[in-house]
Design a protein around this ligand. Structure first.
Ligand code: ADP
Ligand code: ADP
Length: 223
C-alpha cells in the first residue's frame, strides 16, 4: 500500500530531514513510526498525501508513483488518505458536524449524502450526540476524535496520524489508539507517528524507528 524506495527529503534550507529511507507497508497493516523530536516523522507522513514532495527516490501509494502523479490527480490521492494532526486543526467557528462535513463539501457532495456520511463517521468515533457542538466545548480527546471523523469521512483506505495522543492523558491516549485499531480491523491501512513508547509497546504493532532522518529500526513484536 505504501512503499518508500531510497527516499531523501531535503528542505529548501539544505537540511536532509529523511535520508535514503526504505520500507514497505502492506494493505491492511497497522504500523507505528517513532523517533526523537525532529527525527523526520512528520516529514515522512507529509510525503504520502503530497503535502511535501520527496527530493530523491520513489514513494508508491496505492499503486501510484507519486513523482509521476499529475497535479490534476492530487485531490483524488488526498481523498484516499485520511490524516490527523496533534493539534487537530479544527475550525473554531464551525460546529462538529460542519468540521467533519468540510472535505465532502469541498469534494462537491450533495447535502443528503453529506449528512449520511458525516453521521456515519461521527458514529464510528462515538460522537453522534455532539454534532451541533463547537470544538472549544469538547475535551482534547473528543477534539481528536472529531479530527479522526473528518479524516475518515471519505472512507479512505489509508489513515495517517501525526502524534494523535500528544495532548492526552494515558487512558484517553489508549482509547484513541484502540479507535485506530478498530479502523484497521475493517481493513484500513494505518500509519501512526508517535513518541509514546509505552503506548506503542502496549499496542503490539510493527514499529519503524527514525533517528536524524535515518530509518534505523523496523521491529515486529514477539508474541
Ligand atoms: P518529527 O516529526 O520527527 O519531530 P519533522 O519531520 O517535523 O520531525 O522534522 C524533521 C527535521 O526537519 C527537523 O529538524 C525540522 O526542524 C526540519 N524541518 C521540518 N520541516 C521543515 C521545513 N519546512 N523546512 C526546513 N526544515 C524543516
Ligand atoms: P509538528 O510538531 O506538528 O511536527 P513542526 O513544529 O515540526 O510540526 O512544524 C510545523 C510547520 O513548520 C511544518 O509545516 C514544518 O514544515 C515547518 N517547519 C518545521 N521546522 C522547520 C524549520 N526548521 N524551518 C522551516 N520550517 C519548519
Amino acid at each position: 500500500m505504501i512503499t518508500f524506495t531510497d527516499v531523501t527529503k531535503r528542505y529548501p534550507n539544505g537540511y536532509d530531514a529523511l535520508k535514503q529511507v526504505n520500507f514497505h507497508v502492506d494493505r491492511g497493516e497497522m504500523v507505528f513510526l517513532t523517533g526523537h523530536s525532529g527525527a523526520g516523522k512528520s516529514t515522512l507522513l507529509r510525503l504520502i498525501p503530497l503535502i511535501e514532495r520527496c527530493t530523491i527516490g520513489q514513494v508508491l501509494v496505492n499503486g501510484q508513483y507519486l513523482t509521476r502523479l499529475p497535479r490534476s490527480r492530487i485531490p483524488d490521492l488526498r481523498r484516499s488518505i485520511g490524516m490527523t494532526f496533534q493539534e487537530h486543526r479544527l475550525l473554531a467557528d464551525y460546529t462538529v458536524f460542519d468540521n467533519v462535513a468540510l472535505p465532502l463539501v469541498i469534494a462537491g457532495f450533495r447535502l443528503p449524502e453529506i449528512r449520511r456520511r458525516v453521521r456515519a463517521a461521527l458514529d464510528k468515533v462515538g460522537l453522534l450526540n455532539k454534532e451541533k457542538s463547537y470544538p472549544i466545548t469538547l475535551s482534547s480527546g473528543q477534539q481528536q476524535r472529531v479530527g479522526i471523523a473528518r479524516a475518515v469521512v471519505h472512507k479512505p483506505p489509508v489513515l495517517l496520524a501525526d502524534e494523535p495522543t500528544g495532548n492526552l492523558d494515558p487512558a484517553m491516549a489508549l482509547e484513541i489508539m484502540e479507535l485506530f485499531r478498530e479502523f484497521n480491523r475493517v481493513g484500513v491501512t494505518v500509519l501512526i507517528a508517535s513518541h509514546a513508547l509505552n503506548l506503542i509497546k502496549t499496542m503490539g504493532c510493527r514499529t519503524l524507528i527514525l533517528q536524524e532522518g535515518n530509518l534505523i529500526g523496523d521491529t515486529v513484536p514477539q508474541p
